[in-house]
Ligand binder design. Structure first.
Ligand code: CA2
Length: 143
């Protein structure tokens, strides 16, 4: 089972700023956790991070026929990107959306997610652990 993990803009800054919202652990630590969880769940993962909407669209398109599932934290593009939503619909790969923070208890504009219109499930507010829950959800969806 091959899963593409996509992280959107600024998530590479994790641990360096805003620890009260996103925690004090770094992006490298998140990647290490993801690899450990994937191994334990017998899943193969590739992790991709970009600060550019078009690069994320390109990566989703390239996943067609190459990945069984997508776990995505689109970060700020969650709330703005019809292009990412359309790319996910175009490749039609089962997708779970994850957010580190509880987007529903923050600013009003974070309550709307374009990606949620396609994602089979959205997990928010569980910190890095939400990614583990996302992998588990994909495993169940793809079983
Ligand atoms: O809670 C999440 O995972 C978010 O997707 C994170 C995005 C935010 O725009 C979404 O509304 C919710 C922001 C990621 C920015 O990450 C930073 C990390 C360190 C310092 C500053 C920003």
């Amino acid at each position: 089972m091959k899963i593409l993990v996509i992280n959107g803009p600024n998530l590479n800054m994790l641990g360096l700023r805003e620890p009260s919202i996103y925690g004090k652990n770094t992006y490298a630590e998140l990647c290490a956790l993801l690899h450990g969880w994937a191994d334990a769940m017998d899943m193969e993962i590739e992790i991709f991070q970009s600060n550019h909407e078009g690069m994320i669209v390109d990566k989703i398109q390239a996943a067609y026929d190459n990945f069984d599932g997508i776990l995505i934290n689109p970060a700020a593009y969650t709330h703005t990107s019809v292009a990412i939503l359309d790319a996910l619909k175009a490749v039609s790969i089962p997708t779970v959306e994850v957010h580190i923070s509880d987007v529903n208890s923050r600013e009003e504009f974070r309550r709307h997610s374009f990606v949620s219109l396609y994602a089979a499930k959205t997990i928010a507010g569980y910190g890095f652990d939400g990614y583990r829950m996302g992998l588990e959800a994909l495993k169940e969806i793809l079983a």
